[in-house]
Write a protein that binds this ligand. Structure first.
Ligand code: MRU
Length: 354
């Protein structure tokens, strides 16, 4: 499986996803600013992968700090953390991972600065390893919804490339395939950056899973013809009321799925659930450059002198979501808020799992 990111020898290697599928090329980052640039320019993208990159970027930034004591160290780390945080606004994993890095620094404050720097690398590696484990658990919980012979629609890329290693929306697909179920995957191309056509299509091909690429505007027609059994997508941030922010076009897929009686699942590691966010209406939605809309593969397709709108994400209201599949199980959107905080320890998950 292609890997998005790796820590090697005090450097961060990021697979440049903007060059996929044609070129497999790493960017070698030895400065946190390079990591920030990779996030901004979509060389690494997908909420969990962005979180891992931010944690590694924080460790890289910490390494370059000269400080005699903890106070000086944390003061100098602050601009690194805020620089990484400012790269992209929608995926909550970015904030979550940076808060973990900062928390780890504070937890180690009695130790020498050199040890705190070491601890930040360990924190980043733990975030990475936990994400892979969460992906695999999502795969096991989600595979129950996929039957032999099913055709599954997915939007954007919520695969290995978007995460620590196995994907969220793709994880149930991989498990169903590994268990021998005959499945088909319909891949939305996902304009304007084409994460479906370039990345998900590549992952499906590499895994030997039968997949068909469609233009984004074909999904409704295929659902109406009864050719799609279920849809699974990822999320950049899910609010406590179960509203889901994900790649632009997800909302249209969800509404069409409801209209056509197709179950619509969201695969979300707990790190993508923002319990402090009451509803999707308040989730910041990134607006990217008009240029991404004007061009395909570097070729201008629109006349000069016209404007473009490029919202990178949309919000799907919880009522369209059949279930949210996390590493703790699959839940109705209305039950997601119960998974937060100390109450979680006392919760009988069996009672609310689907
Ligand atoms: O703009 P991107 O490519 O970062 O958007 C990615 C998505 O929308 C994914 O579906 C989401 O981050 C979930 S990845 C497991």
């Amino acid at each position: 499986m292609l890997r998005a990111i790796e820590h090697r020898g005090g450097k961060v290697l990021i697979l440049d996803q903007s060059k996929l599928p044609h070129h497999i090329e790493d960017v070698e980052c030895s400065d946190w600013r390079q990591v920030a640039d990779c996030i901004k320019t979509l060389k690494i993208r997908g909420a969990p992968a962005i979180g891992i990159a931010a944690a590694m970027g924080a460790a890289l930034g910490a390494d370059s700090i000269k400080a005699g004591d903890f106070e000086e160290f944390i003061r100098k780390l602050e601009p690194v953390l805020s620089g990484l945080l400012s790269t992209r606004p929608t995926a909550v994993n970015l904030k979550w991972a940076l808060e973990r890095a900062k928390g780890r620094a504070f937890a180690e404050r009695e130790h020498p600065v050199a040890d705190i720097k070491e601890a930040l690398w360990r924190e980043a590696e733990e975030i990475h390893a936990e994400d892979i484990a969460a992906n695999k658990a999502i795969g096991r919980w989600g595979a129950q919804f996929i039957k032999d012979g099913d055709t599954i629609l997915t939007h954007c890329n919520a695969g290995a490339l978007a995460t620590g290693g196995y994907g969220t929306a793709t994880a149930p697909i991989f498990v169903a395939h590994e268990e021998g179920r005959k499945i088909n995957v319909i891949v939305d191309e996902t304009r304007p950056v084409l994460q479906g056509a370039r990345l998900t299509a590549l992952e499906m091909k590499e895994a030997g899973i039968p997949a068909t690429l469609i233009t984004d505007n074909s999904a409704g027609a295929l659902m109406r013809k009864g050719e799609i059994d279920l849809a699974i997508v990822g999320t950049d941030r899910t609010a406590r009321n179960g509203d889901v922010a994900n790649k632009i076009g997800t909302y249209s897929v969800a509404v069409l799925a409801r209209e056509n009686g197709v179950p619509f699942y969201v695969a979300a590691p707990m790190s993508s659930i923002d319990f402090a966010m009451p509803s999707g209406d308040m989730i910041p939605v990134e607006e990217r450059s008009e240029d991404e809309v004007f061009h395909i593969g570097g070729v201008r397709i629109a006349p000069h002198g016209i404007k473009a709108r490029n919202m990178a994400f949309d919000i799907t209201p919880a009522r369209y979501v059949t279930a949210i599949i996390t590493e703790l199980g699959a839940f109705r959107p209305k039950d997601i808020k119960k998974l937060n905080g100390p109450a979680l320890a006392e919760l009988n998950l069996e009672e609310i799992r689907l």
